[in-house]
Design a protein around this ligand. Structure first.
Ligand code: NAD
Length: 263
């Protein structure tokens, strides 16, 4: 997939990994970038606009947990852009102390945005198809004792995205779905980390874990996300660790009806 002239949507694009994805898409000549975020970060967005005066950059202040708001946002974006080709769902939080909000934003937000995107991008509804990348984490693949609530939402994202990333949907909609699982990345998500873990008395343990983590930058991760988008492999799950992209071989434990349908 070339990014030139593409119309794109990035949730959580106002900071961290999402902002770097926006920068990379614009540098690769995407035509339009819509950022859906609860914060506006006018400083960085103004810099982006100044650096790319001929490309459209919209910032829509919206909570991904707000299903109706997200549906309305996508309907408006379709009108404004004509079509949407690429969606990168990055918005997420880490706060295991706030169980409800973590589920609603991380898992709920990805589901809301993916389904709203499906609706406007699908060939069944007059769209051109395209690709949706959903942000999970390495802790969605393997247990990480410090953050069980966050990890559960990230595991949910992997399976939700893999369900949609099957040929049955692709043939109907023309939309490919991929999952991105970065390892530790230096962003604001780690601010006050020990105050946001589920069990406050594990603070010392969490410092030891954080120290040992192999950390990468948001720019490294965003470069790998663009490279995953370029591969266009429907249903693929990628780890991004040590600044590199690794496709995962996902094991199948259950011989389900889908396999029989495909035979
Ligand atoms: N930083 C890491 O180590 C790491 C590792 C793996 C996965 N991730 C995932 O990457 C994504 C981005 O995280 P980051 O590290 O860049 O953190 P970040 O806090 O810098 O960025 C998150 C962005 O999402 C936005 N956001 C939060 N809640 C939102 C909501 N309800 N609606 C709309 N926007 C919302 C924030 O305003 C922010 O701009 C998250 O989904 C996170 O879980 C991060």
């Amino acid at each position: 997939m070339a990014f030139r002239d593409k119309n794109t949507v990035i949730t959580g694009g106002a900071s961290g990994i999402g902002l770097q994805v926006c920068k990379q898409l614009l540098a690769n000549e995407a035509s339009k970038v819509a950022i859906i975020d609860i914060q506006d970060n006018t400083e960085d967005i103004s810099k982006l606009r100044a650096a790319h005066p001929s490309q459209t950059i919209l910032l829509i202040k919206m909570d991904v947990a707000n299903r109706q708001g997200i549906e309305k946002t996508y309907a408006e974006l379709k009108k404004a852009f004509g079509s949407i080709d690429i969606v990168v769902n990055v918005a997420g939080i880490f706060n295991d102390q706030d169980v409800q909000r973590t589920i609603l934003v991380n898992l709920g937000g990805i589901i809301n945005s993916s389904l709203a995107a499906l609706n406007v991008m699908s060939k069944e509804h007059g769209g051109n198809g395209g690709i949706v990348a959903n942000m999970s984490s390495v802790v969605g693949l393997d247990p990480m004792f410090l953050l069980p609530v966050y990890a559960a939402t990230k595991a949910g994202i992997i399976n939700f995205t893999r369900c949609l990333g099957t040929d049955i949907y692709l043939n109907r909609t023309g939309i490919k779905f991929i999952t991105i699982c970065p390892g530790a990345t230096i962003t604001d998500m780690f601010t006050n980390f020990t105050e946001k873990i589920l069990f406050a008395d594990m603070g010392d343990e969490s410092y030891r874990v954080l120290d040992r983590l192999n950390k990468q930058s948001a720019t490294d991760v965003s470069r790998c996300i663009l490279s995953a988008l370029e591969k266009e492999k429907n249903g693929e799950v990628y780890i991004i660790e040590g600044k590199r992209l690794f496709p995962m071989e996902m094991k199948s434990y259950w011989r389900g009806i889908e396999r029989e349908l495909n035979e």
